[in-house]
Design a protein around this ligand. Sequence first.
Ligand code: G3D
Ligand code: MG
Length: 179
Amino acid sequence: MFKIINSGDGGVGKTSFLKRFTSGLFIEQSKSTIGTGFFTQSIKLDNSDHADLTIWDFGGQGRFRDILRDFIIGAHGALLLFDITRYQSFSNLKEWITLLRSTEEDYELPILLLGTKCDLAEVREVFPEDIENFVADENLIGYYETSAKTGLNVEESLKHLVQHIFNHNRGIPLWKSIP
Ligand code: G3D
Ligand code: MG
């Protein structure tokens, strides 16, 4: 059982991404998330293991960020989303990373970066070189271009994060250690 945090600015597509992951559908006219919500979903890994995920979905608005800090405690990993068509959502990532890594756990929370809305690539404002440098500078575990609308890399990116957590168990109690 893994606890995953879904983070990023309001409107980048966090809830749409999770709905696509759990239901396989793109649901238009999603209501903006108030406070937190959560999704549970099982995922199959390459070696035929599977993991049960509890994914905590946050409202991106500033006023919820204090609440967020409490919810990060005990998380095994985080998704961090920005909208490739809105540069501001990329500029704000540093602030999100500071928040995600602010709980003073004795391990560095694995963070996977996701660019969203890649079906809208013709109005892209954030480009690969910037993203690659950012991933390296901030020591993130990787980057995927995604679309909740087409399903691009939705399952793949979660698999990558969970596989990373499996491979780098840093003493956080995982379901395998429960007798
Ligand atoms: P949030 O949970 O991060 O706040 P939402 O974001 O999931 O509520 O999505 C915000 C808006 O972006 C929604 O549009 C949603 O339909 C749209 N969106 C989310 N993912 C994608 C995607 O992959 N492609 C495209 N084209 N749009 C996406 P509205 O119009 O309801 O604000
Ligand atoms: Mg939301």
